[in-house]
Design a protein around this ligand. Structure first.
Ligand code: ATP
Length: 234
């Protein structure tokens, strides 16, 4: 379980997160929804160690990771899939995937995860030798998710994985999210597509101006009148 308590963080003198307190349970999908600029990416960056909170605690399976380096956090089984599709454009699909496993030594486990990534994204098999920069947007997103899975993370932090994708690819991303969870992993998902995120997530938290203002199950928040008005366009 990942548990944030009283997190404050920001950029320079500007505090963006004022009091972030929530948890994401092991083996479940938890989603953070909120308007542009509310602090969702900033929250994920704090968990991944890219940004250090000024106050508060981030407990991962009982250990406070809030002062650890990003590399130490990756070693503890946390992978961030950042916003935007950051493939290494001049490397092939296969090389991009292999990079995800570069810290691992368990050859059998790497092979198993490589096969798993291809079962999740069969299309990537036909693209192994292609430079990642020439893949379609949807294919690049598959590579980015696949690369993160090659690190064999316990917790995946996903920042807007469906952004800018055609509707059919958005469905594909959510299908894969459910399959990842079926493998016992934990997902913290930030999404603009609040309806889909709330339908998919077990728990959900609404972030407004750096505060968590509402928490509940995804299903309950879908029916919440304030959420309907502010995030579901109803
Ligand atoms: P979006 O949905 O638009 O990505 P978000 O909820 O993820 O929004 P953040 O990206 O966390 O929001 O940004 C929160 C606030 O912090 C915004 O006001 C943003 O302008 C500011 N901010 C983000 N990154 C930086 C940075 N590197 N330097 C200064 N301010 C930043």
């Amino acid at each position: 379980m990942i548990e944030l308590t009283g997190i404050k963080a920001g950029y320079g003198a500007t505090e963006v997160l004022h009091d972030i307190t929530f948890r994401a349970e092991t083996g479940k999908i938890t989603t953070l929804i909120g308007a542009n600029g509310a602090g969702k990416t900033t929250t994920l960056n704090c968990i991944a160690g890219i940004l250090k909170p000024t106050t508060g605690q981030i407990l991962w399976n009982g250990e406070d990771i809030s002062k650890l380096s990003p590399a130490a956090i990756v070693r503890r089984g946390i992978s961030l899939i950042p916003e935007g599709r950051h493939v290494f454009p001049d490397m092939t699909t296969a090389e991009n995937l292999q990079l995800g496993a570069y810290t691992r030594k368990d050859k059998a486990g790497i092979k198993r995860d490589y096969d798993w990534v291809f079962s999740l994204f069969p299309k990537l098999k036909d693209r192994l030798g292609q430079l990642a920069g020439t893949l379609s947007g949807g294919e690049q997103q598959m590579v980015v998710v696949g690369r993160a899975l090659m690190a064999n993370p316990e917790l995946l932090l996903m920042d807007e994985p469906s952004m800018g994708l055609a509707p059919i690819m958005v469905e594909e991303v959510f299908r894969v999210i459910k399959e990842i969870i079926n493998q016992g992993k934990t997902i913290l998902l930030v999404e603009q597509n609040a309806a889909l995120a709330l339908e998919t997530a077990y728990h959900a938290h609404v972030i407004e101006l750096g505060h968590i203002v509402l928490s509940g199950t995804g299903k309950n928040l879908l029916k919440n009148p304030e959420v309907e008005k502010a995030y579901l366009g109803l």
